[in-house]
Write a protein that binds this ligand. Structure first.
Ligand code: XMP
Length: 513
């Protein structure tokens, strides 16, 4: 696939993936690479531009990430952000000092609109808010540079050497709080780097389909479909490319949400692929009898999953390619720290060791999650699958605290379904990132009609998060909670109390087990 490419050089800042996503939102393909990437490799990628990210260090520390001066001599445009700005100044002979007061947060900034970076943004005034987060600042710009923005405490909030196509900003244009920030990135990409914006999902789909066809030839392809966004979009892509040669195995362990197994099956009914649904609920339940420890549950389900998949795969015989739904955040090499590990994420842990195949295909390796969804839409995949909220592999099994029984599973499915309906009815399904019900193992006394009840407590959980590493509990209006609670205790047998989980992550996790 040949697209104009921009390299985001990672110096360990917290917004690095956000920068990459912004570049792609501007229609430009980019890759995140460690600052340790050899210059030869950068040159070989023939990038249209390079962006230096922020980072947690001061340029004067011994251990701080550095960059060779030669990178500025390649004739490739560079945009330095925050630490990247300071590093550019320091490397090219400018000076970096420590602020008397660190600047943090929204900061009134004055821009020089004669700069190519800001001048083309027609609706941008000379004064606007930028997002700052720094302790050091550029106190003297290198020779050949001029200052193009300043704040009350930061004399060089932006600098440039137009002739050499070197630009730098002390603030964070990638963060939404910086007014016109995305337009500044767009301006760098289009006006300085000359990018045309050739990265579109329609284009990606077309090229990916052709590439897959060329690679697979008349070989057989196998995919483990979980019904999650990534494996569903991977399946759709493969179906478009080599439909009749593709077999999708969907192991239904019985812990999907209400109707979900049927929805997944229905979504792929017309795609001309071999779709194998394995209804293995009894097999999973028998292995989980008497198990209440969360880790044992997870392990048991993971192992059983592999066993079922292996058994089904053997029926197909030798396959040439196994598809995995790995996405770009799983692939990115981190710039910070010495380990610089590349995480290899297996959607279905361990499968490659168990199934005989020649090669793995990872058709989503280059895409961020929102791009995966856009690709799914482009391919015509149903909204039910494309907009699906994250769902853990072990499913409802880890949302039933304690031992799992058929009765508890039914209770949870019904209650969870009602909660989801009420969230959707209130129009919150697009803003709340994950929401579900948990059946606790706690029973309490209630009163219904004139009688005493002694039934389960159901917990509702809803969170807002961008990365699922940290999360806030969602401030769902009381009326919505009241409607859900009222319906649940009336419509679902054996629940007489509903509580709402108001803990953040950390210290809690999103799931209860
Ligand atoms: P926690 O509970 O760790 O969850 O805060 C973070 C996110 O990960 C999801 N999750 C899983 N996803 N397999 C998955 O594919 C799993 O075993 C698993 N466990 C948790 C969880 O739903 C949340 O979105």
């Amino acid at each position: 696939m040949s697209h104009q490419t921009v390299i985001v050089l990672d110096f360990g800042g917290q917004y690095n993936q956000l920068i990459a996503r912004r570049v792609r939102e501007c229609g430009v393909y980019c890759e995140v690479k460690s600052y340790k990437t050899p210059l030869e490799e950068i040159k070989a990628a023939n990038p249209a531009g390079i962006i230096f990210t922020g980072g947690p260090n001061s340029v004067y520390l011994e251990t701080s990430p550095r960059i060779s001066r030669e990178i500025f001599e390649l004739g490739i445009p560079v945009l330095g952000i925050c630490y990247g700005c300071q590093l550019m100044a320091y490397t090219l002979g400018g000076e970096v000092s420590t602020c008397v007061t660190s600047e943090y947060g929204k900061t009134e900034t004055e821009y020089d609109k004669s700069s190519l970076l800001f001048g083309s943004i027609s609706d941008m005034p000379e004064k606007a808010v930028s997002w700052m987060s720094h302790t050091d600042y550029v106190s003297k710009v290198p020779e050949g540079f001029r200052i193009t923005a300043h704040t009350a405490n930061c004399p060089a909030a932006a600098m440039e050497n137009k002739e050499k196509k070197l630009y730098a900003v002390q603030f964070h244009p990638e963060v939404n709080h910086t007014q016109y920030g995305i337009k500044m990135i767009d301006s760098f990409l289009k006006n300085v780097c000359g990018c045309t914006g050739d990265w579109t999902m329609a284009g990606y789909a077309k090229t990916a389909i052709n590439d897959i066809r060329a690679k697979v030839g008349d070989g057989k392809v196998l995919l483990a479909l979980s019904g999650g966004v990534d494996s569903s979009v991977a399946a759709a892509l493969l179906a478009k490319a080599v439909g009749s040669q593709l077999t999708c195995i969907f192991v239904d362990h019985g812990f999907m949400r209400k109707n979900e197994g049927d929805e997944v099956e229905a979504a792929f009914a017309d795609w001309g692929i071999n779709f194998v649904r394995v209804n293995a609920k009894e097999q999973f339940m028998s292995k989980l009898r008497g198990v209440s420890d969360p880790e044992t549950k997870r392990k048991t389900i993971g192992e059983e999953f592999i066993r079922v998949f292996e058994r089904e795969a053997k029926k197909i015989g030798v396959v040439d390619y196994l598809v995995q739904g790995t996405i770009y955040p799983d692939v990115i090499e981190s710039g910070a720290g010495d380990a610089a590990v590349i995480k290899s994420h297996h959607n279905v842990g361990g499968l490659p060791d168990y199934v005989d195949f020649k090669e793995i295909i990872e058709p989503l390796r280059l895409l961020f999650k929102d791009e995966v969804r856009a690709l799914g839409r482009e391919l015509g995949l149903s909204d039910i699958l494309v907009d699906r909220q994250p769902f853990p592999g072990p499913g409802l099994a880890i949302r039933i605290i304690g031992e799992i029984t058929d009765e508890k599973l039914d209770i949870l499915k019904d209650a969870d379904f009602i909660f989801r309906e009420e969230i959707a009815k209130a129009g919150l399904d697009k803003t709340v990132n994950q929401y579900f019900a948990v059946l606790t193992n706690n029973r309490s006394v209630g009163v219904m009609g004139d009688g005493r009840t002694y039934d389960y407590t159901l917990a509702l959980r809803a969170v807002e998060t961008s990365d699922f590493m940290t999360a806030e509990f969602s401030r769902i209006p009381y009326d919505v909670l009241a409607a859900a609670s009222n319906r649940i205790v009336n419509e679902v047998k054996n629940i007489n109390r509903v509580v709402y989980d108001i803990t953040t992550k950390p210290p809690a996790t999103i799931e209860w087990e």
